[in-house]
Design a protein around this ligand. Sequence first.
Ligand code: ZN
Length: 429
Amino acid sequence: MKVVFTHANLFDGTEHTELRKDVSVYVDGEKIVSVEPGSKPLHSGSREIDLTGKYLMPGLVNLHAHLFGDGTPSEILGGGESQKKFLDSLKTQAGMDAFVATVRKNTQQALYSGVTTVRGVGDFCYSDVRVRDEINSGKTAGPRLLVAGPAITCKGGHGDGFFSVSSDDPEELKKIVREHVDHHVDLIKICVTGGVMDAKKRGEPGEVKMTLAQVKAVCDMAHSLGLKVASHTESTPGIEMDLQGGVDTVEHGSSLTPEMIDLFRKNGSSITLTLSPAIPLAKLPVSITKLNEFCVYNSDVLVKKMVEGSKQALAAGIPVGLGTDCSCPLDPPYNMWREVRGFAKYCGVSNAFALQTATLGDAKIAGVGDITGSVEPGKEADLIVTEKNPLEDLTALRDVTMVMARGSLIEHPAVQKNKKMEELLDTIF
Ligand SMILES: [Zn+2]
């Protein structure tokens, strides 16, 4: 299909921070073939979409997502009997099929909200691989998915027995990486420190759980097989471990030391900021989030430390990307706009910089910067249309009016939002 978007106000995602007025973007099949001022006569068979008064920009890239949940606070995240029941249900074919349907739906919600690339960093039983393959084969609509399969950690590490598989033996960990590669994952996810959701005491999210030998074993094996490693890391000592072990993307993050800045540069590593899960957990009562009492304290510390670390990284020219960590309580799959706006607000960056980060910046970190993230000839046609100017007001991204993913047009993207959850989030974030 040939589509021409005409008379668009274009934010192209590159270093151009200004809006380009009255631009035409020509799409042929999956690709953008040209971007030009004004409009020329259309080829026969081309469809024109007049965007007079509207705004066109690259689709958003969510660097940190879990696909299993829709953000409704659920007891399965807190462990116990309901978690066991959920995991048992995945052992049957019918249970697994029902679960994959949920993953498919959540992934579509992300697409309809304007996210055209999602990096999945930990899901159950390769459900993420299955949905990615469905999307790539054209069986179902969805964003470009880059997926990690189940996260990997040590015994008792973050998510162990839930969304993570574990071993203490470096050789066993290498075997798990190979198994993941046999299942055709796109990247490897490890959990170096504890996490907010399974913490049983103050400060536990930052506790380093994996050893350097374990981290190195995973990173070396992943790198030898051509994959990058993302690590769940929520403290300064954890980041030190990541950088020594060879982690490529530090997920969540914390404050940095000057020595770390050098290591980030040397390794070419980056940070993925995730405000979306931490702010609701820090600001809302546990009666709503359904997690334990340490959650509020730990999340509050995490928000401050993540913001501090991201600011330090930005000042030093270390790439900072954005992810929502959706599936956490009160963190639905259509929340990327909130993360982008939160980045501008908490880290004090301009709207233009936040938009570049959420598009080409994130695409580069995900390793797909050469095929998506900007509106340029040769790139895949991942585009969104908004009514308002996102450079002036980032809430313009809240309701996108059109989405194109790899050339597939969704004219009236219908996100099924949880109204009560949206109202609650609007009071805090
Ligand atoms: Zn996560």
